[in-house]
Design a protein around this ligand. Structure first.
Ligand code: SF4
Length: 376
């Protein structure tokens, strides 16, 4: 198999590791069939990232995974030099700006990490690539490997897949939840010791949503602890899709709206000053489908609304459905030059006025609005 065919095969396998492919980022393939993902960086830039596995050979048997050991698929591996030089050619040809490298665990975690790190060292040192690299840390990686990974990569990640040991047991019984948390703790310590030089884009994780019977409440509770205690940059949520030839092939797929609600709640936690206790869950501990988490919050806190747009604090404005951080920044700036009186003023600020109108006052008056017949 030549290098092009390997990139095709191992890029396809890598699509199941979704950490770089969320939100606005959708997968594209150039005319050679390479797997490239537009990926937003923390500073807002969008880079084209080649997402690929070092190998799809794995000795583990996670129930949800397309590359699990007992699945009958062709196994393909790169040599470190082979992938490093292929990436260098793609970069020099202007096809990609970054690399996301993960791997199956073939021959043990140490060997798999050795090969990934050898590849990234070549990319950095021999090919002098200074751009974005996201490196996966495999379960069972040594502290020495983790340290080298944070020195080489902009971002590293350990996939937790489930919010706790009990749910992990249901989808990956050979994995130990504590052994997945430990490398996250090591990465946190190393990033702090590196004082901004090591893994400057921080670390992330991913959850498989809906395969283990876990609730959104359980996923978000763990997410908040990871943000607060282990300084995780962000969590990714991947709606479970059954894969033929795996023990979970008969399970229904998780609907996309559930993944979407989790991202909306996560956004509120990271950018809107919401706390876990502000989130509204249904009787099963899930985010309701009928309205987004911010709308649910506003409807269940009638005592806090309406807020006067011309006097409310930034924090109060960010609680209003339809007002995002950019719109709030405009409102705060513009109202210094005079009162905002019309919905049109808010619209110019970037607000979604149909959503905001029931929850605000404009210069003491309720703006006209229609009761929504449909939830979103
Ligand atoms: S360890 Fe990773 S690649 Fe291997 S079966 Fe589990 S999820 Fe798949």
């Amino acid at each position: 198999m030549d290098v092009e065919q390997k990139i095709e095969a191992l890029g396809e396998s890598a699509q199941f590791d979704l950490c770089n492919a969320c939100g606005a980022a959708t997968r594209t393939r150039d005319d050679l069939g390479r797997w490239i993902y537009p990926t937003p960086l923390p500073d807002g830039r969008l880079v084209r990232v080649l997402k690929v596995l070092m190998t799809n050979a794995c000795e583990k048997n996670c129930y949800y995974c397309a590359t699990r050991a007992s699945r009958d698929i062709p196994r393909v591996s790169f040599q470190p030099e082979e992938l490093a030089s292929a990436f260098d050619r793609m970069h020099r040809a202007g096809l990609v700006d970054g690399l996301f490298l993960s791997s199956g665990i073939g021959g043990g975690a140490e060997r798999a990490m050795d090969r990934m790190i050898a590849c990234v060292e070549l990319v950095r040192l021999r090919y002098a690539f200074r751009g974005y690299i996201h490196l996966k840390i495999l379960p069972g990686a040594s502290e020495a490997h983790i340290e080298r990974a944070v020195q080489l990569a902009h971002r590293v990640s350990v996939n937790l897949e489930a919010p706790d040991a009990e749910h992990l047991m249901a989808i990956a019984p050979h994995k130990d939840f504590r052994e997945l948390i430990q490398p996250i703790e090591v990465v946190k310590r190393l990033i702090e010791a590196g004082e901004g030089r090591w893994a400057p884009s921080g670390q992330t994780t991913q959850f498989v949503v809906g395969a283990a019977g876990e609730s959104d409440q359980e996923i978000l509770s763990t997410t908040v602890r990871l943000y607060q205690e282990l300084r995780l940059k962000r969590a990714y949520f991947s709606a479970f899709q059954p894969i033929p030839g795996t023990p979970l092939e008969g399970l229904p797929p998780t609907p996309a709206w559930r993944e979407h609600r989790l991202y909306q709640a996560d956004w509120l936690l990271r950018f809107y000053g919401f706390t876990f206790d502000d989130l509204v869950f249904d009787a099963h501990g899930n985010l309701p489908r009928r309205a987004d988490p911010k709308m649910m919050y506003a409807r269940t806190h009638p005592e806090l609304f309406p807020v006067e747009v011309n006097r409310a604090s930034r924090e109060e404005l960010l609680r209003v459905p339809g007002l995002g951080p950019k719109a709030v920044a405009h409102i705060l700036r513009w109202r210094r030059q005079g009162a905002l009186r019309e919905l049109a003023d808010l619209r110019k600020a970037g607000a979604v006025t149909e959503r905001a109108a029931p929850f605000i006052l404009l210069d003491g008056r309720r703006p006209p609005h229609q009761l929504s017949l449909w939830d979103e």
